[in-house]
Structures are given as structure tokens and as C-alpha cells.
Design a protein around this ligand. Structure first.
Ligand code: NAG
Ligand code: NAG
Ligand code: NAG
Ligand code: NAG
Ligand code: NAG
Ligand code: NAG
Ligand code: NAG
Ligand code: NAG
Length: 590
């Protein structure tokens, strides 16, 4: 009983003590620096939701002091610095150094001689300036009573170091010409700007570039409405944790990512001092940062590895190849694995001659530095524009988020292409017309359709030929090796003779009646209808016809052919008005 009461007392005491400590602590914790309240080494300010903290720090392995911003919540596990103020001017002795804001609105780091080591700048002055660390990790200088972000005098999000935080814009303001980009630390111990930068380059159609000085190290292609054209898989669909946005209009160009739930996730995107880019997510369970993805993804991301018109395929050996219908410019160098000179069209393109556009599918779009674009044109208009200009080499759709929209035109040689079978896009490359309008890459479907229709066409033609041949054959009665007599269809004869009408009858001989008729072509004929009663068999009939045919040259009446329909057998002669009926009836009967 007593021990439990003692325990309770202790607990109450402990709680009171803790909360009073907490209240003292929170009373001194502020998110802002005012004119009458500067910061010295050891003091910090904390964003209102407690996520970020600003103060003095030393990078690991260094005794230099810097002003920086880090995550407060995870500080017990790791100090993750997301921004550094005086990155180029480290302090070795901070004993009389202070971070102070003064009346026009400038936040400055002052040494013991009251000299400014680092400071913000402003184009305006305000009466009551204040520096506030926002929940987003953005340190802003503003008028104390002004909450409008448009009126900020200065903000750290416009001067990022190596870290892209949620809701931070990376890109360019076209009205002011001001560019916001990441710049890596020199090394893990030195936050001074190193050689690597990460920009959203507005030259041509904008694309994200990682550069070493002025040299491009790698790029992940232009934004295609959904993602960067050559983005690694985790970027394919928008993550459940964050959304990506690319804004590009006449006023500004920027790329931004936003967390779907600010309170549950810590995420940052960092350009490391070795040039790699990593997206980190904090894992509460393990108290560690997890890498969600890393760029470059693999060797194929190396800028221009395979040269112009070369295509990198990480699953092939060697990884560099030429695009289809292209050949190495210098085959011997290429064989040795020196791909720098790239490839050329196997059929050179002559602008004054006919050309076609071939579709290359499943690729990361080439460098867009020398491109032009139009957001409203259709793909067809795009092709026409490219077709009209000699220096235009290729085109593609600008935005694939909702079907094909817009037009992207390349001028000059195409460089930095890689195969991305599942995520890649289509590009249409100008080629000599002898390379056919056949499509390259994954469009075997069309080729299949073409093959099938071609086969069908051939089959139809063959069938028609057979029928014609058969018909021709059928139209002839083979009487002997050397004599063939045209065979008339019975229907033709009935039509010609008006169905053997009495009016057409011109006489009757021993073997049957003779009719006059007119063929459809207008030729007049005489038809000798052998009487059924003559009981002549086919062989006798044949013999008779052979006989007639052999004697024909002696005869004055020409035999045109014959007609057999069941038991009916007929002989067809050219009708000669001047000849006596006897010529038909008797002269040929023999
Ligand atoms: C600091 O200055 C502000 C006005 O800028 C004033 O409201 C505040 O009371 C001052 N605080 C102290 C502790 O003097
Ligand atoms: C730092 O500077 C103060 C005076 O500004 C001086 O007294 C102190 O010795 C210095 N400390 C070191 C370690 O140099
Ligand atoms: C530092 O400069 C400010 C004005 O810029 C002045 O008000 C202040 O007294 C100076 N402090 C010292 C220690 O010289
Ligand atoms: C502040 O300085 C940066 C670079 O030093 C400059 O680009 C920017 O225009 C300046 N801003 C103002 C308001 O002077
Ligand atoms: C997340 O934080 C940013 C900046 O602090 C804010 O603009 C945004 O509205 C927040 N989003 C949510 C879903 O709370
Ligand atoms: C955001 O995360 C917090 C903490 O994990 C959770 O309590 C809250 O429900 C989440 N909100 C949404 C909208 O998902
Ligand atoms: C884009 O193309 C359309 C249609 O051809 C044209 O009207 C428009 O002016 C073009 N826009 C630009 C910015 O060139
Ligand atoms: C072709 O396009 C280039 C680049 O846009 C341009 O400089 C050139 O004037 C165009 N040529 C013609 C004939 O339109």
C-alpha cells in the first residue's frame, strides 16, 4: 500500500517535472529570428510543427562551423542536413558569432568584428523584418505581419544546396531569369559547392541534367506528361507517397514533388558529392534512410555513351549498338569498343530527295538541347513541319499522358538514346525513302498485317489466273493433238438465236435446223443444231468436226466453234449473207 502510494507520488512528481522542463523548453523554442533576438552557436530555431531545426553544426569529420537546417525529429539517430547557409565560408571560432536580422530585412551571420560572413539579400525593405523557419524546411525573411508567400524578401528554397525537399521548385523563372538548381557538396566533410550540379535545363525542350562543370554526366530525358522519358521504374507511376509535377509556361519552368501526407513521411532527393542522385525515405522502424531509387540507373545512363544514333541496351553485349538501319561511322573503332563517333545512316539522307519517317519504339528520347516544340500541334502536323525543314531529323509526341499531344522536333544528330522496352517512347526519324515506310522496333503487328494482306492478294491473283486458264481451257474442245475448237456456252447460243426462235430459223438440213443469230459483240452467226434423233455419239460428232475443221480452208464458210449441252450438239459458223443456205446445210455436212 505505502510502496504503491510512494510510486504514485513519484510518478506525479516525475510528470510535473517533465512537463515543466517541457514548458521551459518549448517557451524558449521559437521558429523565428526577430530584430531583438539573434542566434549564437548552441541556440536553434525549430519549425512550428517540429520537423526542421536551424542552427550551427559541423559536418562529420570536420570542426568547421556552419549554419544549417536539419530534421529535428530524427536528430537522436542521425543529423541529416538539408541546407547550408555559409557553405563557402566556414567558421573556425564561433565564440562571438551571431545570426542576426536587421531592419531593412537582411539576415546576416556576423563575426566578433561585426563583419558579415554570410547574408541574405533583398530588393525591398520592411519595418518589422523576421526570419521564420517554415514547416516545409524553407527559411524565409519577411515582414512579421505579412503572410503572403509572394511577399517573401528572401527564401532558402531559392538557394538550395544539395537537397531537393518536398514543395521546393527546381527550375527557372523566365521573368527574372533566375535559375534554381542543386549543387552537390565537395565531399561528405565539406558543404562547399562541388563539381556536380543538377538543373532543369531550359535549352530546347526542358530536361533534367546532371552536370560536372559544363559537361553533361547523365540525363533522364524530357518530361513526357507522365514522367521523365528515361526515368527509372519507381517513377513510372506516381508513388503512393508523393506526386511529381512539371510546370512549363512562358513565365516559369519548374519541377516539384509533394508528399501526399506531410505528417507521416520524410522524403528528400539528394545530389551526392559523387554525382549520384538518390531519393531517400525515412523508415521509422529501422531509424534509417532507405534509398528509393538512384541515378544513374546503370552504365547506359552515361551521357552519349554510344555516340550519335547509337543506342544503349543494358541487356546486350556489347551494350552499344546502332539504331536499326544505321551503321557504325568507323567500324574498326566501333569493333574495339570505342563508340564515341557513333553511327550513320546506311543509306545517306539527301534532303533534295524523297524521304520517309521511320518509327523507333521503346527508347529514351534523345537529348532535347537542339529541339523545338509546339504544345498544340498534332503528330501529323509535326511530321509535316519536320518534313519541310532540311535540318529537322526527327519528331515525336510531346505529351503522352492522354494519347499523343504536341510536337517535339529535333534538329541535327540524335544523341544519348537508350533502349527502354517497357517504358520507352516512339520517335520518328527521317530516313531515305528507299528504307521503306516499314516500321522499326516493336511494330511487328503492322508488318504482320502487311504480310497477311500481301499473301491474300497473291492467293486471289493466283485463283483468278487458274479460273481464267480453266475457263480458257474449257472454252476449247480438244479434238486431236493439233486441233482445238472454241467451245461456246449454251446460254450464249440461246441468247444469240433468241432461244432458237422460229423467226431465226433460216433452213433445215438432213442433220437438223440452221438458225441465224447475233453474238453480244455484234457478230452474226449461223448455228447448225444437230438433231437429237441423229443419235450421233460424241466421238462421231468429234470426228465430224475434225473433218470440217480440216477442210475449212477449202470452204467458203468459216467454222467458229461448237457447243455441247447434254445431248444437244451444235456447230457455229460465221454468217455470210451472200452464201446460199446450202453451204451451211449441205456444204458442211458432207
Ligand atoms: C522583440 O521585438 C518585438 C517587435 O519586433 C516585440 O514585439 C517583442 O516584445 C520583443 N521581444 C523582446 C523579448 O524584447
Ligand atoms: C575564439 O575567439 C575568441 C575571441 O573572439 C577568443 O577569445 C578564443 O580564444 C578563440 N578560440 C579559439 C579556439 O581560437
Ligand atoms: C554592429 O553594427 C550595428 C549596425 O550595423 C550596430 O548597431 C552595432 O552596435 C554593432 N555592434 C558592434 C559590436 O560593433
Ligand atoms: C540576391 O543574390 C542573388 C545571387 O547572389 C541574385 O541572383 C539575386 O538577384 C539577388 N536578389 C536580390 C533581390 O537582390
Ligand atoms: C504539406 O506541406 C506543404 C508545405 O508545408 C503544404 O503546402 C501542403 O499543403 C501540405 N500538404 C498536406 C496534404 O498537408
Ligand atoms: C497521415 O499520416 C498520419 C500519421 O501516420 C496518419 O495519422 C494520418 O491518418 C495520415 N493522413 C492521411 C490523409 O493519410
Ligand atoms: C503551334 O502550332 C499551331 C498550329 O500549327 C500554331 O497555330 C501555333 O502558333 C503554334 N505555336 C507556337 C508557339 O509556335
Ligand atoms: C529549319 O529550322 C531551323 C531551326 O529551327 C531554322 O533555323 C531554319 O531557318 C529552318 N529552315 C527553313 C528552311 O525553314
Amino acid at each position: 500500500m505505502t510502496s504503491s502510494m510512494e510510486a504514485s507520488f513519484f510518478l506525479v512528481f516525475l510528470l510535473t517535472f517533465c512537463s515543466s522542463i517541457y514548458s521551459i523548453f518549448s517557451a524558449t523554442t521559437t521558429d523565428s529570428i526577430t530584430t531583438n533576438q539573434s542566434i549564437v552557436d548552441g541556440e536553434t530555431i525549430v519549425s512550428s510543427d517540429g520537423t526542421f531545426e536551424l542552427g550551427f553544426f559541423s559536418p562529420s569529420g570536420s570542426s568547421n562551423r556552419y549554419i544549417g537546417i536539419w530534421y529535428k525529429q530524427i536528430l537522436p539517430y542521425v543529423q541529416t542536413v538539408v541546407w547550408v547557409a555559409n557553405r563557402e565560408k566556414p567558421l573556425t571560432n564561433t565564440s562571438s558569432v551571431q545570426l542576426k536580422i536587421n531592419v531593412p530585412g537582411i539576415l546576416a551571420l556576423l563575426n566578433e568584428k561585426n563583419e558579415s560572413i554570410w547574408s541574405t539579400n533583398t530588393s525591398r525593405s520592411v519595418q518589422n523584418p523576421v526570419a521564420v523557419l517554415l514547416d516545409s524546411g524553407n527559411l524565409v525573411v519577411k515582414d512579421a505581419n505579412d503572410k503572403n508567400p509572394e511577399d517573401f524578401l528572401w527564401q532558402s528554397f531559392h538557394f538550395p544546396t544539395d537537397t531537393h525537399l518536398p514543395d521546393m521548385k527546381l527550375g527557372k523563372n523566365f521573368k527574372t531569369g533566375y535559375e534554381i538548381y542543386l549543387s552537390a557538396w565537395k565531399n561528405d566533410n565539406d558543404p562547399a559547392p562541388g563539381e556536380f550540379t543538377r538543373t532543369i535545363d531550359p535549352t530546347g525542350y526542358p530536361q533534367a541534367l546532371t552536370k560536372s562543370g559544363t559537361n553533361v554526366l547523365y540525363r533522364i530525358g524530357p518530361w513526357n506528361g507522365l514522367r521523365w522519358s528515361g526515368a527509372p521504374t519507381p517513377l513510372l507511376t506516381q508513388s503512393r507517397l508523393y506526386t511529381l509535377q512539371f510546370i512549363f509556361n512562358k513565365d516559369e519552368l519548374y519541377y516539384i514533388f509533394s508528399l501526399i501526407n506531410n505528417s507521416s513521411v520524410l522524403s528528400r532527393f539528394v545530389l551526392s558529392s559523387n554525382g549520384d542522385i538518390q531519393r531517400f525515405m525515412w523508415v521509422d522502424q529501422t531509424k534509417r534512410w532507405n534509398v528509393h531509387y538512384k541515378l544513374p540507373t546503370d552504365t547506359c545512363d552515361t551521357y552519349s555513351l554510344c555516340g550519335v544514333y547509337g543506342s544503349c541496351d543494358i541487356y546486350s553485349e556489347p551494350i552499344c549498338g546502332c539504331l536499326e538501319k544505321f551503321v557504325p561511322k568507323y567500324p574498326q573503332q566501333w569493333e574495339k569498343g570505342d563508340w564515341t563517333e557513333g553511327c550513320v545512316r546506311r543509306k545517306p539522307l539527301d534532303c533534295s530527295k524523297e524521304h520517309v519517317f521511320l518509327r523507333y519504339s521503346g527508347i529514351k528520347l534523345p537529348d532535347t538541347k537542339h529541339t523545338r516544340y509546339n504544345k498544340t500541334m498534332t503528330l501529323d502536323e509535326c511530321r509535316q513541319v519536320c518534313s519541310r525543314n532540311c535540318s529537322c531529323t526527327a519528331y515525336s509526341s510531346l505529351d503522352i499522358s492522354n494519347g499523343d499531344k504536341g510536337c517535339l522536333l529535333w534538329y541535327g544528330e540524335l544523341i544519348d538514346i537508350r533502349k527502354l522496352p517497357e517504358r520507352g517512347q516512339d520517335i520518328f526519324i527521317k530516313m531515305d525513302s528507299s528504307e521503306q515506310e516499314s516500321e522499326v522496333g516493336s511494330t511487328r503487328k503492322k508488318a504482320k498485317i502487311l504480310t497477311v494482306s500481301f499473301s491474300l492478294l497473291m492467293a486471289t491473283i493466283l485463283l483468278i489466273l487458274i479460273l481464267l486458264w480453266y475457263k480458257r481451257k474449257k472454252k476449247k474442245l480438244k479434238l486431236s493433238e493439233d486441233i482445238e475448237l472454241p467451245l461456246f456456252p449454251f446460254s450464249t447460243i440461246t441468247r444469240a438465236t433468241n432461244n432458237f426462235s422460229f423467226n431465226n430459223k433460216i433452213g433445215e438440213g438432213g442433220f437438223g435446223p440452221v438458225y441465224k443469230g447475233v453474238l453480244e459483240e455484234g457478230q452474226e452467226i449461223a448455228v447448225k443444231r444437230l438433231s437429237r434423233t441423229s443419235m450421233q455419239g460424241l466421238d462421231e460428232y468429234k470426228n465430224e468436226v475434225i473433218y470440217i475443221a480440216k477442210l475449212q480452208h477449202r470452204n467458203l464458210v468459216r467454222l467458229l466453234g461448237c457447243c455441247i449441252q447434254g445431248e444437244e450438239k451444235m456447230l457455229i459458223y460465221e454468217y455470210m449473207p451472200n452464201k446460199s443456205l446450202d453451204s451451211y446445210i449441205f456444204g458442211l455436212d458432207f
